[in-house]
Design a protein around this ligand. Structure first.
Ligand code: ADP
Ligand code: ADP
Length: 229
């Protein structure tokens, strides 16, 4: 499950000018949609609406046919994981930062977080257990490592729907490629919405939507979009 649809969704912040303007998007369960487009096009806004940070103006958003306005915030947020562009870590260990937000986040949670992170390939597994890095302070991590922590944190709740909101855009291209390669494995079987700046980073998406002024200006596979220029 995890079929996401935006049906004629319009939205403006504070009843101002429309940011999304009759947006139609269909992401079949288990597929990856990349959303690209110029800065200010409304890409982050559509992610925030799906997570219900804000309510849609007109139109509706459904998951498996159910209007998200009719489900509880808690169940919606259990179903969706968001990885934002800039992750602010707590002045605590990597393990704590990964487990943050989980029930209690006690030692068990931290251990489970470490395991989740290791399985996802975000923290190296040593022959005798987990890398001691889980106990290191998070604040000294590089940008790429911080994003790996953010991804591991989100994956720990095993959401059927994953949103990557420019999660790797601020990184150098080598680090970005490394993380995207790891993500490919965890995206399998999950509905994934990747918000990206560059078309070149979303080559493998099942579908790419080019957003412009709150509407889908073009859609297709990477090859189709290139062919059309
Ligand atoms: P993108 O992710 O494509 O760069 P955004 O969805 O972040 O675009 O923003 C779309 C438009 O909405 C921009 O003009 C932006 O200034 C405006 N906007 C974003 N967030 C807010 C907010 N919280 N309040 C008012 N306007 C906002
Ligand atoms: P849960 O309720 O399952 O603990 P949260 O709703 O607290 O999860 O957060 C889930 C993910 O969304 C976290 O990885 C967090 O970094 C991210 N997140 C939470 N709030 C915001 C926000 N305002 N903007 C962007 N990302 C957010």
């Amino acid at each position: 499950h995890g079929h996401v649809r935006f049906e004629g969704v319009s939205f403006g912040y504070d009843k101002g000018r429309p940011i999304l303007d009759g947006l139609d998007i269909d992401v079949p369960a288990g597929t990856t949609l990349a959303v690209v487009g110029p800065s200010g096009a409304g890409k982050s806004t559509l992610a925030r609406l799906l997570y219900r940070f804000y309510d849609v103006g007109t139109g509706r958003i459904t998951i498996d046919g159910q209007d998200i306005a009719a489900v509880t915030q808690a169940s919606l947020r259990a179903a969706i994981g968001i990885v934002p562009q800039d992750t602010v870590l707590f002045n605590d260990t990597i393990g704590y930062n990964i487990a943050y937000g989980r029930e209690g986040a006690g030692p068990d949670e931290v251990a489970r977080a470490a395991e989740g992170a290791a399985i996802a390939g975000f923290i190296e597994r040593q022959p005798d257990g987990y890398d001691t890095r889980v106990g290191e302070r998070g604040l000294k991590l590089s940008g790429g490592e911080k994003q790996r922590v953010a991804i591991a944190r989100t994956l720990l709740k095993n959401p059927p729907i994953l949103i990557l909101d420019e999660a790797t855009s601020a990184l150098d291209s080598r680090t970005e490629a490394d993380i995207l390669a790891t993500l490919e494995a965890v995206e399998r079987g999950r509905t994934t919405i990747v918000i990206a700046h560059r078309l070149s980073t979303v080559v493998d998406a099942d579908q790419i939507a080019v957003l412009d002024r709150g509407r889908v200006a073009e859609r297709g596979t990477h090859a189709e979009l290139l062919r059309r220029g």
